[in-house]
Design a protein around this ligand. Structure first.
Ligand code: PSV
Ligand code: MN
Ligand code: MN
Length: 388
């Protein structure tokens, strides 16, 4: 075993929240491919998420997206999740699919549209009251396509007002996390493009407002781990939306495109105390599976995060600090790379088995027959899709 009992104890406390929308069909603007057995309801999405947790022990909660996952009875939904061994987690608002929001939502020039968007967030908070969810996640599609189209400064001011109105409604145990994204669907400017803007806006709100970092929302070449280090230093890193990207906001399996980047990000998480259970940093996936099977896609994703966390936890931090402090440039780099290149998979498989989990969760799910079963059962109705 290269993983010490101390490392394993830290890994045991790690949880990663799954996005309900990962289980629906999704695609690009060119085509949404369908998969037999895809859920038609939020209950079916939760049942699929439970499969991920059952074979990994890593994913005990599911994030909702409203209105995609709107139901009449959220208490019943929470009970349903509980029966499946899960809890309902972050509630994601959605002000990006309504005609009224063509020119903005929380930033809109028209107070009636802003009111509508604020009321939508109040609905999300009421859902959270019922489900016991802690976090309200806000990502806005607000922005403009052409220079001069809108007043950048006025939009920031209106955003601040709208967010303050929402923040004032948060329960004592609830938090608001504001996600940034530098482009898309608006192309010239977005109203929360970067961590600095998100930080400025949430700092003005108060202690229970934090930044959400979606790993896919940065320009190519951005040093994301530096942002992680800075936000942890400032006490304002609320949550992660993990995924990976090659070119745009691809929402691919975390750690698939650039495992080393995931390692570097998680190194700063650990370094900054973000893995400590009381740090308040929430680990979530925000992914879509366009051509691969969805449940195995989610299983692979949480395992990638766990595996990379294990490698990070095996960094010889004392030796690293010594090398850094004595300006041993290549020595320090070598210590980090040694951990990155350590294959922890056999250790993790053995540890899983020792906890009553399958050594190989991907194989266990494939052998379970669940996919074949839901393919037979889920006939009729409309398969869930990204945005429905
Ligand atoms: C926007 O690109 C985003 O990352 C936000 O988190 C949304 O809630 C999510 O995608 C929806 O898929
Ligand atoms: Mn996201
Ligand atoms: Mn995104």
């Amino acid at each position: 075993m290269t993983l010490t009992p101390q490392v394993l104890a830290q890994l045991e406390a790690q949880t990663i929240e799954l996005p309900s929308w990962a289980f629906g069909n999704s695609g690009t603007r060119f085509r949404v491919f369908t998969t037999p057995g895809t859920p038609r309801t939020i209950e079916e999405k939760i049942a699929d998420a439970a499969q991920v947790h059952a074979v990994t022990g890593l994913a005990p909660s599911v994030a909702l997206h409203i209105p995609w996952d709107r139901v009449d009875d959220y208490a019943a939904l929470a009970r349903f999740a509980q029966d499946q061994g899960l809890t309902l987690g972050t509630v994601n608002s959605n002000t990006f699919q309504d005609e009224a929001y063509k020119f903005g939502s929380l930033t809109h020039i028209d107070p009636a549209v802003r009111r509508k968007a604020i009321d939508h967030h109040f609905e999300c908070l009421e859902i959270m009251d019922t489900t016991g969810s802690r976090d309200l996640k806000i990502w806005l599609a607000d922005g403009t396509n052409y220079p001069g189209q809108g007043d950048l400064r006025g939009r920031q001011d209106r955003l601040a007002d709208s967010l303050a109105t929402i923040y004032a409604r948060l329960g004592a145990d609830q938090r608001l996390v504001l996600e940034y994204k530098f482009f898309e669907p608006a192309f010239y400017h977005t109203d929360v493009p970067d961590w600095g803007t998100s930080y400025a806006q949430v700092t003005a709100l108060g202690d229970r407002a934090l930044v959400c970092l979606d790993t896919g929302h940065h320009a190519p070449g951005t040093n994301i781990e530096f942002i992680v280090a800075q936000l942890l230093r400032l006490g304002k890193l609320g949550s992660f939306d993990f995924n990976s990207r090659f070119y745009a906001d691809d929402d691919l399996i975390v750690g698939a495109a650039d495992p080393f980047q995931l390692f570097r990000i998680l190194y700063e998480v650990v370094r900054g105390g973000g893995l400590d259970p009381d740090s308040g940093v929430a680990f979530m996936l925000d992914q879509c599976h366009n051509v691969e099977d969805k449940i195995p896609g989610q299983i692979r994703s949480v395992l990638n995060v766990q595996e990379m966390t294990a490698r990070v936890l095996s960094v010889d931090t004392e030796a690293l600090t010594r090398a850094q402090d004595t300006h041993d440039v290549l020595g320090a780099n070598g210590i980090l790379m040694d951990a990155f290149y350590t294959d922890v998979r056999p250790d993790l498989a053995a540890w899983r088995e020792s906890r009553g989990l399958p050594a190989d969760p991907m194989a266990a799910f494939a052998a379970s027959g669940y996919h074949q079963q839901v393919t037979r059962d889920r006939v009729g109705g409309t398969q869930a899709g990204w945005g429905a």
